[in-house]
Design a protein. Structure first.
Length: 188
């Protein structure tokens, strides 16, 4: 069995739902509201272990998942297209692809706006000034406006890992130490 198969299946499921939600939002002129809803949903996924448990647990029934996601959508004021898409995903037991759905929707919205998303991982949270400077530098390099999705990973010690499309720039101290360790093995 191919190890990438489950990830590919999840990605395919997420892509179909994301495309449908995006196109409905586009038809109703709610792309800006969809973008803020997707950002809020991503923040909720990052912040809440309970939400991650609800969407991924096989023990929680589809009715309970549907009620939880409906309450979340109402509380967050998500657009009708996104709320209905999430409800359908709950009904079909597809909420486990929610993180991939968020990524797909972000990519579709960015493409529509002529932007590109950059996944940035740093040892400490970036300040607004640092984030703006990085976005400006990346814009000069890729030729499009860059929207930064920042995460923190303290194990990097320092530096950044930047992913833009298929390109990755790793300036983290962790990777430099790893590289130095490999060099030392070759010498000795």
């Amino acid at each position: 069995m191919d190890v990438s198969e489950p990830a590919s299946i999840s990605s395919g499921i997420a892509e179909r739902y994301a495309t449908a939600i995006f196109e409905l939002s586009q038809e109703t002129g709610e792309l800006a509201a969809l973008e803020s809803g997707v950002d809020a949903l991503a923040a909720a996924l990052d912040a809440s272990a309970d939400l991650r448990e609800v969407i991924s647990s096989p023990v929680i029934g589809r009715e309970d998942q549907a009620r939880a996601i409906e309450a979340l959508a109402a509380e967050m004021g998500l657009t009708a297209a996104l709320s209905k898409g999430l409800a359908l995903m709950a009904q079909k037991r597809r909420l486990f692809v929610l993180p991939q759905l968020v990524a797909q929707l972000r990519a579709l919205i960015a493409e529509e706006k002529g932007e590109v998303n950059a996944e940035v991982t740093s040892a400490k949270a970036l300040t607004k000034a640092q984030s703006d400077k990085l976005a400006k530098t990346l814009k000069a390099r890729v030729g499009k406006d860059v929207k930064i999705n920042a995460t923190v990973d303290e194990s990097l010690i320092g530096g950044l890992i930047v992913k833009v499309g298929s390109k990755m720039i790793d300036t983290s101290i962790r990777s430099r130490l790893s590289s130095l360790q490999n060099s030392m093995k070759e010498v000795g």
